[in-house]
Design a protein around this ligand. Sequence first.
Ligand code: UFG
Length: 332
Amino acid sequence: MKILVTGAAGYIGSHTCRLLTDSGHQVYGYDNLSRGHREAFSRATGGRLLIEGDLLDTLQLKEALQQLEIEAVVHFAAFGLVGESVKNPEMYHRNNVEGSASLLHAMHEASVRLLVVSSTTAIYGEPKTMPISENSPAAPINPYGQSKWDVECLLQQACEHNGLGFAALRYFNAAGAAPDGMLGEDHRPETHLIPIVLQVALGQRDRIQIFGDDYPTPDGTCVRDYVHVNDLADAHLKAVNTLTPGESIQVNLGSGIGTSVLEIVKHARHVTGHPIPAEMAGRRCGDPPLLIADNSKAQTVLGWTPKYSSLDSILTSAWRWHQKHPHGYQAT
Ligand code: UFG
């Protein structure tokens, strides 16, 4: 299939481009490179066409879809930081919601009717029941989660009225790196737990601050469901093959296993052989105590089973990437 991937130079985008390419799809990237890395896309696809463009440029998107005879779009391009979204809600609405509306319009004009879109556990807010199934009500508690829920609602309308076929993949905590160390996580600034812990092991930071140890969880620190980026990529491949015009699917993508912040730090000490000093700090605003996926629907609907998402596989692959690329893609 000829597939346009927006946000193709980003973390999950680049891993997915690699798998789609390796599986025989013709992948074209679309990225404004505001947060992604050209090198990531180039490594992922062996140098296929990357169009540098913004989601809000509807005309450029439409021309790309038409000229490349695109059959399906995989849409990653979005901002994804909760804290940033609280400070700049309008930026998240513009980039994530209006950007997706622009893409949808371009697809409509170019008669492209199949779409896989990144969504997030943040649409559920602080669910009352665990693990979280797709039946949990959407109740976002921050502008990032709201923006992704708005996108899902927009797509549902396009599905019901315009024959769009889409899959909304609701990620839990994406983590890990390509096992061969070629692709990995490189955010600037970095705010995610695992890369920060590994930056301590590399000597780039003095210590990890643990944001809160008084949560109602077994060790008092927040519990998350970490899912390997290669497993996420695999779900996109499966979703592309499942898309049907006029039908929508929504699935949670998590390992189904909860891991606390302290467990991550302890396991990272084991993997890296570094003491990784930690200090307790206050809670980070907006952090739910516990987020664990019920992934049974993804197994049933997509035939998806996480294969790389053990804590050991996540931390070992991430550590390999960080050792090989202590400054991310920059120094390559
Ligand atoms: N944490 C620390 N110290 C740090 C960084 C993080 O203790 O230096 C803690 C956080 O407080 C949280 C856990 O580690 O409890 C995980 O934090 P991350 O920033 O790695 O990930 P989040 O759970 O905040 O965010 C992820 C995705 C978002 C998504 C969100 C939904 O990255 O895109 O889950 O809750 F919106």
